[in-house]
Design a protein around this ligand. Structure first.
Ligand SMILES: [Zn+2]
Length: 298
């Protein structure tokens, strides 16, 4: 089965053509995301879709799914997003009008969860949560490899849940304002940006994750792990997934699954143990791959 997936991000639009029962990548192409206005972004998206059709031997009916960093309203199809110029537009309808066919449009964190649950790192687990620790924090949830019905099609927006107050007090950290406008969202501490916030506050130097390698940096990583452990506890208390699959830049931190598992165990209430924490198998391609898998189904 040939299918196409597109990851529509704030900086690039990545198109991938997949094949086979395991949906492996055949070819991929990245272009920059036009951020000036919606029409330019839609034109670029269509250019990528046409490229997929060309690489599928001109077949314009292949399933194509589009993963977006935002919420798709379940009733109107309108998109709400901070990172691409598409808010209050209906990407699915606009593509259908231009290309005379249907496309699946899905939140990227949700697509990621589906991708990893189906022949990915979370294969074999029934309830799977994705946790993408990048510049921000995204998430998704699926059951038996399928999206579940929810009221407002919110993804699993854990990045914007309030931080555990006790952890912030314990480490004597300030409350940082989040990109969403609220104060002290989880994203302000546990994302890549959050890790740099902690480094800057504790060491006086703003360092990125890959620069935190010396013994003098261990404190920063320990604080990050401890706070992330409490955040994972919040997630466990609400969703109680079988498996949490980690993606994004911080998934490359040394021993990150062990760090997070130890921190969650330390804070856990439950005697039933903690979810398995694993690293995404399909990495950066999981958004596009999950969108393609969801398109095949429809
Ligand atoms: Zn926020």
């Amino acid at each position: 089965m040939i299918s196409g997936g597109i990851d529509l991000g704030g900086t690039k639009i990545e198109a991938r053509l997949f094949d086979g029962p395991d949906a492996h990548t055949v070819v991929t192409r990245r272009i920059a995301t036009p951020v000036s206005n919606y029409d330019a972004m839609l034109d670029a998206l269509i250019e990528q879709i046409e490229w997929l059709f060309d690489n599928a031997s001109g077949n314009r009916e292949i399933p194509v799914g589009i993963a977006i960093p935002g919420i798709v309203d379940p009733h109107s199809g309108m998109v709400f997003t901070a990172n691409i110029p598409a808010s209050n537009h209906n990407i699915g309808d606009d593509l259908a009008a231009r290309l005379k066919r249907h496309f699946v449009v899905v939140n990227d964190g949700m697509a990621f969860a589906v991708s990893e649950a189906r022949q990915g790192a979370a294969q074999g687990y029934r309830s799977v949560m994705s946790l993408i620790l990048g510049t921000g924090v995204g998430g998704g949830f699926c059951m038996d490899g399928e999206l579940t019905h929810r009221h407002g099609n919110l993804a699993v927006e854990v990045g914007h849940i309030a931080l555990p107050a006790s952890a912030i007090a314990r480490h004597e950290l300030p409350l940082w304002r989040c990109g969403c406008g609220r104060m002290a969202c989880m994203e302000t501490c546990i994302s890549g940006t959050g890790l740099s916030n902690i480094a800057e506050f504790k060491l006086g130097t703003r360092l990125a994750a890959e620069q935190l390698i010396g013994d003098e940096h261990a404190l920063v990583l320990d604080i990050w792990s401890d706070i992330a452990g409490e955040c994972l506890l919040t997630i466990q208390l609400v969703l109680d997934p079988d498996c949490i699959v980690i993606g994004g830049g911080l998934s490359k931190l040394h021993n990150v699954t062990q760090r997070l598992s130890d921190a969650l165990k330390h804070h856990a209430l439950s005697k039933t143990g903690i979810p398995d924490i694993v690293i995404a198998q399909h990495g950066d391609s999981s958004g596009a791959r999950g969108a393609a898998l969801l398109a095949i189904k429809q």
